[in-house]
Design a protein around this ligand. Structure first.
Ligand SMILES: *Cc1c(COP(=O)(O)O)cnc(C)c1O
Length: 214
């Protein structure tokens, strides 16, 4: 797929002051440069192998985020290359991130993925587990918890609103309870539902298909 320049520029304005992370799984490195030329400077990959290939070939000023499911054994390949990992969804993954960050003397910014709609098929912690997660993270000095990430269920778009709202409310609760963490980012909303996510307080939207054309 190819970058739709006009749409990208328009989207950057539309989502302001939220950050637009372009989901780059649909495009190659040449198109990523075009995104940058449109002023879009945040790229989100969801597969480690594809990320590494694009990262190698890309020499611009943009920033890389990791947005997909991250396997423990792949952490070491990306940890020093991405600015934010959106998809931290298990205690094992937290352990590995802390271990690899310590090894390199890095501070690593992460978002905790929540399965707010409690879908069987989705990754992420349950809302009820979040206190345990926060407690666990207090033993991980190398990890900086910037906020939460969620993916809305595949239901009628208007019905996703409640899940975005619940995620924002969860973030606010956690912020009050755990003032030691930054917790200022809410990564939610994609091509279909980003405008609802923004109305409900998203600070980062991850958008793919809507930015590209065949
Ligand atoms: C692909 C992807 C997106 C963007 O999806 P679109 O529907 O193409 O906008 C957002 N988040 C994640 C984790 C993705 O893999």
């Amino acid at each position: 797929m190819f970058v739709n320049d006009a749409v990208v520029k328009e989207m950057l304005e539309k989502v302001k002051p939220a950050k637009l992370v372009a989901a780059t799984k649909y495009i190659d490195e040449k198109e990523i440069e075009k995104l940058e030329n449109c002023g879009c400077l945040y790229f989100g990959e969801n597969r480690v192998q594809a990320f590494l290939e694009k990262y190698e070939q890309y020499h611009g000023q943009g920033h890389w985020h990791f947005i997909g499911t991250l396997q423990k054994n792949k952490v070491k390949y990306i940890i020093d290359k991405v600015e934010l990992i959106h998809s931290v969804n298990s205690f094992h993954l937290i352990d590995e991130l802390e271990k690899q960050a310590q090894k390199r003397g890095l501070k690593v910014h992460i978002l905790i993925q929540v399965n707010i709609a409690k879908e069987e098929s989705k990754h992420g912690f349950d809302e009820e587990e979040m206190d345990q997660v926060m407690e666990y993270l207090s033993h991980c000095p190398s990890l900086i918890v910037d906020g939460l990430m969620m993916m809305a269920p595949h239901i009628e778009v208007q019905q996703t609103r409640i899940y975005f709202r619940k995620t924002r409310e969860l973030l606010e609760t956690l912020k009050t309870k755990y003032p030691q963490y930054p917790l200022h980012e809410l990564s939610m909303g994609m091509s279909e539902d980003y405008y609802i996510a923004l109305e409900e307080g998203a600070t980062i939207v991850r958008i793919g298909r809507a930015l590209f054309k065949e």
